[in-house]
Design a protein around this ligand. Structure first.
Ligand SMILES: [Zn+2]
Length: 394
């Protein structure tokens, strides 16, 4: 089959590789119809993710058709499925609590040492993220082996375009959980840092969960326009002091809840993220330390911080005193995708939440390497790239 493979920093190629096969009874093989390139894939492209190997197949967000099943799979051939980015067993202590992103069994023991060393305990598995996340091949390919197929994939109806369903695999659940983790109450003012796909989904989710006002913060003008179209007020940090703006816009109180939808960006290595001086509340690049610093400093006393952006290592200049003295709640974590998918499917079908508008570019899988390059250099215009393979369903 054809697949997008990683070979090093800024070196990805479409290669011919072996077709995947059933390994365990709970496996299924999915023929991919649509696969997204995510911001997280750009972290891999930029060489920020450790334990990648030449030839690894990327792709965390994909959907397709079941073409082969193991003896214990609950899927049927021909079913149309969206596959969650998180690989979870469905039976461990954490899965029983629906904390799928903390599953103990998705990531094979031989791959868990690196995460245990840095995080104290092994981390869970994801598609297309290298050995530290289980070493599973991703969905930027014609076919994918899906482990634990009785727990993960969401069967979706025919007659609904891939574009409307694809982001159920990761982006929509990530934005939804970001808002949920902010414990939004009716009438709240919510500030969202980062108007990438997850941030824009968090804007929508915040409104659904009861926020009266959402303030979106970014410096990409196109993305801020998208936030405005969703009903948010926009703050462009390239020419506005974010802290002062948020305090001013909330009558001196500060937002009730603050969502960090930025996370790690290309300003440090995974484990050696170097913090920047945080004396200034304005940053030309919105580096990670600035986002969490600004969120904690601007949040109202007794408010809530939701950190949904992806981080890897240590960070300096963390305003621990402000967090404690202001009585803030801080929650974080990767999305427990399987938990949110059924509810979000209903919201998508009811047209209450939308991921399709985020898709800005579309390419055939064969053009995937060029698509990465384009995404890397044009983040204002490019919000979400979709790679299509074989049959594309309108
Ligand atoms: Zn589990």
């Amino acid at each position: 089959m054809r697949a997008l493979t990683w070979h090093g920093k800024h070196d990805v190629r479409v290669d011919t590789v072996d077709d995947p096969g059933i390994v365990n009874p709970r496996d299924a093989i999915v023929r991919v119809t649509s696969s997204a390139i995510c911001g997280s894939d750009l972290h891999i492209y930029d060489g920020l993710i450790p334990a990648m190997s030449a030839g690894d197949i990327l792709g965390q967000e994909f959907m397709g058709e079941v073409v082969e099943i193991g003896a214990a799979s609950t899927l049927r051939r021909g079913q149309r499925v969206v596959v969650p980015s998180t690989i979870a067993c469905g039976g461990c202590y954490h899965c029983a609590k629906q904390q799928y992103s903390a599953c103990d069994n998705g990531n094979p023991p031989e791959n868990q040492d690196l995460a245990s060393l840095h995080y104290g305990l092994p981390s869970a598995a994801r598609f297309g993220c290298g050995r530290m996340a289980g070493g599973y091949s991703g969905g930027q390919a014609e076919f994918v082996r899906v482990p634990f197929s009785d727990t993960g994939p969401l069967v979706v109806p025919d007659g609904v375009a891939d574009d409307r369903l694809l982001l159920l695999a990761d982006t929509l659940p990530a934005g939804w959980q970001a808002a949920q983790n902010a414990d939004i109450e009716a009438g709240d003012t919510v500030a969202v840092w980062g108007c990438g796909p997850v941030g824009l989904c968090a804007v929508q989710a915040s409104r659904i969960l009861g926020a009266e006002r959402v303030i979106a913060i970014d410096h990409y003008t196109h993305r801020l326009e998208q936030a405005r179209a969703l009903g948010a007020e926009a703050v462009n940090f390239s020419h506005t002091y974010v802290h002062e703006a948020l305090i001013d816009m909330t009558g001196g109180v500060g937002p009730d809840a603050c969502i960090d939808a930025v996370g790690m960006d290309a300003h440090g290595t995974f484990f050696e993220m170097i913090a920047d001086p945080v004396n200034s509340s304005i940053s030309p690049t919105m580096k990670p330390s600035h986002v969490i610093y600004q969120a904690i400093m601007a949040c109202r006393k007794g408010g809530r911080i939701s950190m949904s952006g992806c981080y890897g290592g240590m960070i300096d200049s963390f305003p621990l005193g402000a967090l404690m003295r202001k009585g803030l709640m801080l929650r974080s974590g990767q999305a427990d995708v399987q938990r949110h998918m059924p509810q979000l499917l209903r919201l998508v079908l009811d047209e209450a939440i939308d991921g399709a508008f985020l898709i800005s570019h579309r390419h055939d899988l064969e053009q995937a390497a060029d698509a990465y390059l384009q995404f890397h250099y044009a983040r204002n215009e490019v919000t979400k790239v979709v790679l299509t393979t074989g049959v594309y369903r309108l």
